[in-house]
Design a protein around this ligand. Structure first.
Ligand SMILES: Cc1cc2nc3c(=O)[nH]c(=O)nc-3n(C[C@H](O)[C@H](O)[C@H](O)COP(=O)(O)OP(=O)(O)OC[C@H]3O[C@@H](n4cnc5c(N)ncnc54)[C@H](O)[C@@H]3O)c2cc1C
Length: 508
């Protein structure tokens, strides 16, 4: 970019699923939009697809350290780049179920209603699926919500060993369905179907990520600009604390202020909460827009467990494995009248880099290469006021989280174990990702929840803060509940909905 303007109509902090999509929705509106991003574009380089660089050295993960509730430091599983975490995500883009927008009674509590219905979100889900090139099949899944249009692209189909595994599940009366996946297989699209979506950046920019689908297209509008490598330290308000006047950033070792009319935080659920907490001032002593006391609270991140069954023979030809999902137990299961969640395929990645003991890692990885496939159980964790993001006295992020709704998740794990055994997979390894704060960060949500009542929510139903009229939050923070499905399509759909609202309602 050349030089910064003195003033922008809209300033968006963060370019991930929420921020990148919102910038796209506001392009060509004749208004000046600035995206501020702490990271930069990921270079298209051979390391993008190199398992050692990606999984061994964690090359694209931030080195930033956070604390858990006991004060123990962990390296944040976050990826600060243009496109945010979607640069490395697995591109599984299911819609939430219609019931996820209402109250659901769980074994250990209530999953609260959203202030909008599925029907209000539906048109934006449809747009989101087009924008992120989602492949899927209609009519397979009885839990699917109603849709105004079929998937924009057909389902991907299954690799040979995966197909044979799914056939064995069907014999048990289980109904596996196609997992909606966002990759660019259109005529002329760059996807090589190489199966490296999960965890890897796409070297040919053909994954449906926020960088490729939204940020780059938005920048074709000369009114839209991007300031990379700029860290938003805090928002500054007017003397009454009623409007945001500017955002203070750190860029090229200098502190600068960016002025604008409307400000959007899209830093991800943890970093948006941290930004609001850092922005505390005399009028907002407990953090910006925190008259409800809800800022940073109700942090959620799903309960999940990896399952890794082994084939008898190597399955080199199974390249793209993240193609299926099971929702048979989403709302309950045998002897369990409460929601259990989703079972889904994982991509093909060297999971044993993390599971095997370090001294035997290379040997065991070679031995098991192409003999296993990855799947996971994903269940809802429930909002809890005490599960929260706070800042330490030195300003470090601390994620205070105690797991909940675990009994249902364990029940789902038992069911999957039985299913695998019946299907002839007697040997499988599991890796628990539900007790550990570190593992909650990938699907983080809920820290500035939206709602109609300013006393119990930070954002209104269009993601504007109740307290400050020109401040919005458009990322995973707004979720009042976590659902039991991958969150990103819902974040994208909401960003499109907010973008439409801003275009229609605001006096530009
Ligand atoms: C390995 C992995 C696999 C995943 N797979 C899937 C999947 O298959 N399906 C799915 O639905 N979800 C998946 N997810 C989760 C998904 O990536 C997130 O839900 C989604 O990216 C969240 O969108 P967001 O807009 O809330 O935040 P992000 O996408 O994280 O974007 C936040 C942006 O804000 C920037 N930022 C943060 N703080 C500041 C600051 N102070 N100043 C300036 N910029 C800032 C960040 O650099 C980033 O670009 C996966 C996540 C990981 C890590």
């Amino acid at each position: 970019m050349n030089s910064l303007k003195k003033h922008y109509d809209v300033v968006i902090v963060g370019t991930g699923a929420g921020g990148g999509t919102l910038a796209y929705a506001l392009r060509n509106a004749g208004r000046s939009v600035l995206m501020i991003e702490r990271g930069d574009f990921i270079p298209q380089e051979s390391d993008n697809w190199d398992a050692r660089a990606v999984w061994g050295e964690n090359k694209y993960q931030t080195k930033e350290m956070w604390q858990n509730r006991r004060g123990k430091l962990f390296r944040a599983f976050q990826h600060y780049h243009v496109g945010g975490n979607t640069k490395v995500y697995g591109a599984a883009l299911p819609r939430f179920r219609r019931e996820d927008f209402g109250v659901l009674e769980h074994k250990e509590g209530i999953s609260p209603a959203w202030p909008i219905s599925y029907e209000e979100m539906e048109p934006y889900y449809a747009q989101a699926e087009k924008l992120y090139h989602v492949h899927g099949a209609t009519g397979e899944d009885p839990t699917d919500p109603p849709r105004s249009a079929p998937f924009p692209y057909p389902a991907l189909g299954h690799e040979p060993h995966i197909k044979s595994f799914l056939d064995k599940l069907c014999l048990q009366g289980i109904g596996p369905v196609s997992m909606p996946i966002g990759i660019d297989l259109r005529p002329g699209g760059g996807c090589l179907f190489c199966g490296t979506c999960e965890g890897y950046p796409c070297q040919v920019l053909a994954k449906g990520d926020a960088d490729s689908c939204c940020v780059r297209p938005a920048l074709e509008d000369p009114n839209v600009e991007l300031l990379p490598q700029a860290f938003a330290r805090r928002f500054l308000t007017d003397s009454l604390g009623e409007r945001i006047v500017s955002v203070e950033i750190e860029h090229q070792n200098e502190s600068k202020q960016i002025y604008g009319d409307l400000f959007v935080s899209a830093c991800g659920a943890i970093n948006s909460a941290a930004l609001f907490l850092r922005s505390a001032n005399e009028k907002h002593p407990d953090g910006l827009a925190n008259s409800s006391g809800m800022l940073g609270r109700n942090f959620m991140g799903h309960n999940f467990t990896w399952f890794v069954p082994f084939h008898r023979k190597r399955s080199e030809q199974d390249i793209f494995q993240k193609t299926w999902s099971i929702n048979d137990f989403y709302f309950g299961g045998p002897d369990w009248p409460y929601p259990l969640g989703n079972i889904q395929s994982g991509g093909k990645w060297p999971i044993f880099e993390q599971i095997y003991p370090r001294f035997a890692r290379r040997f065991l990885s070679e031995l098991s290469k192409d003999r296993y496939f990855i799947m996971g159980t994903l269940s809802e964790d429930l909002p809890d006021l005490e599960n929260r993001v706070v800042l330490t006295s030195s300003g470090q992020i601390r994620v205070e989280y105690r797991p909940n709704n675990i009994a249902s998740h364990k029940h789902l794990n038992r069911l999957l174990g039985q299913i695998l055994k019946r299907a002839g997979y007697r040997f499988f390894i599991t890796k628990n990702g539900y007790m550990n704060t570190v593992d909650k960060v990938g699907h983080q949500c809920g820290t500035l929840r939206f709602g109609k009542d300013p006393a119990s929510s930070v954002l209104d139903p269009f993601c504007r803060t109740h307290d400050i009229e020109n401040l919005y939050v458009v990322d995973a923070s707004f979720f009042p509940s976590s659902g039991a499905l991958n969150p990103t399509l819902t974040i994208i759909a909401q960003a499109l909905r907010v973008g439409k609202h801003l275009q229609d309602q605001l006096d530009w």
